[in-house]
Each structure stands twice: as structure tokens, then as C-alpha cells.
Design a protein around this ligand. Sequence first.
Ligand code: 6AU
Length: 256
Amino acid sequence: KVHQLSFEQRLPLIRNKVGRRLLEIVLKKQSNLIVAADVTTSQELLSIADEVGPQICVLKTHADIIQDWTDSVSEQLVHLAKLHHFLIFEDRKFADIGNTVELQLTGGIFHIAHWADIVNAHIIAGPGTIEALSRSAEHCGVLLLAQMSSKGSLTVPEYTQKALEMAKQYEDAVFGFISLGCIGEPNFLYFTPGVHLQERGDSLGQQYTDPETVIAVQGSDMAIVGRGIIQSSDRRKAASTYRKACWDAYLQRLGD
Ligand code: 6AU
């Protein structure tokens, strides 16, 4: 099912308010590009946020790979997010029982619930994981991992289907999926990682597809790009190239 509904048409169908806020940003900036800032120092993370900020709708973080994380890092990130008008997605991939997930979301040294607009979760442990996130992350939107980009992923069609069913039960919190394309209804958004304009994969099982295939052919909405931009010698220019490729692919899908 490839959606020919525009983001304008889908906005009122999204139940979660972070999801609607995201679509407002997407439309205003004409950007369905998410940058995955997989770097190990706060200085690199913040400079990437500042460099690519104007081109993106969401910055995706892995707080636990930053070696010098403090509350000040999240404060500066939130400042840059307001300045450049993007949302922050902490790619924590919660996967535990609800009680533990609640502690992981609010506690530790990261206090994810304080600064993240979006978090994601595996469905492997059942609905308790999502129940915990929907209870303690009131201002946070949730994405479920329905498929993965890596070689040998265990997300068989039945598993993907379960993710769709679980999302429907928690539609106030869950507004979309990590998936390889459009896998469900237009009231959810589809986020696809493993996007690169040059490479086909890496040595550890990542598999890449280009933006046009992911968005125009497979029907995904948002492209998540890490190394394709992060490892470029000119990140601003790379982000601008990817933004245009992803947006053109969205327009192409609407026109088909
Ligand atoms: O473009 P890359 O390969 O440098 O980075 C891809 C980013 C990484 C992964 O942690 C993440 O996307 N990712 C995810 C997410 C977003 O949940 C799921 C998946 O199946 N594959 C994947 O690469 O930050």
C-alpha cells in the first residue's frame, strides 16, 4: 500500500500530537529527512545538530554512545532544536518489561523523558513496554520497530503485523513505525533507516537503499540517514542534497 495522500491530508488523521507537530515541521521546511548523529562526543553531536539543523525535520540521537553526556548536552540540544525547528528522537529501542522501561525512560544519567520528543520500542516483550512509555512519556511520541534494515533481521511478516496491531491499541502514544516502507494505514507515519546515496551496505550487516526507492517506490515517509551525511566532508551540503532527494521522492510518489 503506497500512500498517495499528502502530508497535509494525513496530518488530521494522526492521533498523537508529536506526530502532528512533526508533520507541521515537515511541511514548513519541506523536509522529510532525519539525520542519525551516531557520534561519540557531545561536541560532535552539537555541531552536527547546528550544521544540519536547517535541513532536517528530526535529529536522531543515541545518547548512550556519547562519552561525555551531561544534562547540559540535552539542554543545548533542545536549544538547537528550537532554533532550527526540528524534533529530537532518542533511538533507545526500549525492549524490556514495562516497569524497567519506565525507569530507563525517566532515570539514569540520560533522563530521556525530559528532552526527547520521540522514542522507539521493540514489541518483543509485549504491550507492557508501550503501556509504560504511553504512561510516563506524555509529551513524547512513540515509534514501534516493525522491520529492521539489517541482514538476517527476525522481523518476519507475522511480527510486522503484530506491531501494527499493537500500534492501533496505543494510538494516543504510537504515531508510526521503523519499517522498510509503508506497511499500514495513512494514520501512521513510516520511518526508514538504511538510506544512502552511494553505498550498498557496511561490514556489519547494514543494508542501504536510496531515497527514491525507499520513499517513492516502497512508500516510506521519512528517511533516516546516518553515515551518508555524518561521514561527508561537507555535512551541510550533504544534508541539503539528501533533503532534496527525499522531498523529490515524496513529491514523485504523490504524482504517480
Ligand atoms: O545510516 P547509518 O547506517 O549510518 O545509520 C542508521 C541509523 C543508526 C541505527 O541505529 C538506526 O539508523 N537503525 C534503526 C533505527 C532508527 O531504529 C533501525 C534499523 O533497522 N536500522 C538502523 O540502521 O543510528
